[in-house]
Write a protein that binds this ligand. Structure first.
Ligand code: PGA
Length: 244
C-alpha cells in the first residue's frame, strides 16, 4: 500500500509560540507511528519547534543567499535551524507578485542546501474547455526552468487549484477531476525528467478534510498539502487517521 505524505501548511497561524507548541505536543503524542508528516509552521516558530523531533518545513524562502536584504530568511538560515522541506510558489505568495522565475531560483537554492522544495501550482479557474491544463503546464514548466534533470526529480509538486483553497462549503475538487489532473502532472514530470517512471511525489491541496481525503487517497496522488484543517492538531490527526 502506498505511504501518503501529509504536509501541514499552518500559514500565519497560530498567534503564539505557546499555542504552536501545544498543537505539536498533541501531534507527537497521537500520530500514527508509520505516518509521513511534515509541519510547516510560521518561520518565527521553526527553531523552537525543531527540537520536538517532527519533520519541519518552511512556508517560503528568500531568493537571496545573504547580504543586505532586510527581512529576508535565506536557505542557509533555514538549513541551520533544521528545516527539511520548504513550500515555494504558494498561490498566496504568487498573488503578492512572486514570479515563476523567482520560484525556480528558490528551488535551485533549496536543493543546493538539501532542503526538499514543495512547489505549488494550480489553475485560477476551471471552465469546460480544458484551458486549465495549459495553465498548469506553463506554471510547472516556468517554475522548474533552469533546473537539470537530477534537480527536477527531487522536487515535490503540490497541485493546488486556486479556486479550491480554503473554501467554506466543501469546495474541493472532485476525485475524478483530481485523478485526471494528477495523471497529467505526472506525465509532464515524466517528460521533463526523461524517466521511465516518475519519482516525484505529487500532492493535492485545496479544502482537504476528513470527508474527502479517503476518496482522494484512491487517486494516484502521493499526499496532501493541508491548510485550514491542519492548524488544529485534532482535525489534522483525523485526516491522517482516515482509513483508505
Ligand atoms: P486549505 O489550504 O487546506 O485551507 O484549502 C491549502 C493550502 O493553501 O495550502
Amino acid at each position: 500500500m502506498k505511504k501518503i505524505l501529509y504536509v501541514a501548511n499552518w500559514k500565519a497561524n497560530p498567534k503564539t509560540l505557546l499555542e504552536a507548541k501545544k498543537e505539536i505536543a498533541i501531534i507527537k503524542k497521537q500520530k500514527p507511528k508509520n505516518a509521513d508528516l511534515v509541519i510547516c509552521p510560521p518561520t518565527a516558530f521553526l527553531y523552537p519547534l525543531a527540537k520536538e523531533g517532527l519533520s519541519l518545513g518552511a512556508q517560503d524562502v528568500s531568493i537571496f543567499k545573504d547580504g543586505s536584504h532586510t527581512g529576508e530568511i535565506t536557505v542557509s538560515m533555514l538549513k541551520s535551524i533544521g528545516a527539511k522541506f520548504c513550500i515555494v510558489g504558494h498561490s498566496e505568495r504568487r498573488s503578492r507578485g512572486e514570479s515563476s522565475s523567482d520560484i525556480a531560483l528558490k528551488i535551485k537554492l533549496l536543493l543546493s542546501a538539501k532542503i526538499i522544495p514543495i512547489v505549488c501550482i494550480g489553475e485560477h479557474a476551471r471552465g469546460g474547455d480544458g484551458e486549465h491544463f495549459n495553465e498548469i503546464r506553463s506554471m510547472l514548466t516556468a517554475s522548474l526552468d533552469g533546473l537539470n534533470k537530477k534537480e527536477k526529480k527531487q522536487v515535490i509538486v503540490a497541485y493546488e487549484p486556486i479556486w479550491a483553497i480554503s473554501t467554506e462549503h466543501n469546495g474541493a475538487i472532485d476525485a475524478s477531476a483530481l485523478e485526471e489532473t494528477v495523471i497529467f502532472i505526472k506525465k509532464l514530470l515524466k517528460d521533463m525528467t526523461e524517466e521511465k517512471t516518475v519519482s516525484n511525489k505529487v500532492l493535492y491541496g485545496g479544502s482537504v478534510d476528513q470527508k474527502n481525503v479517503k476518496e482522494f487517497s484512491l487517486t494516484p496522488v502521493d499526499g496532501f498539502l493541508i491548510g485550514k484543517m491542519s492548524i488544529k492538531a485534532n482535525t489534522f490527526l483525523k485526516i491522517i487517521n482516515t482509513k483508505v
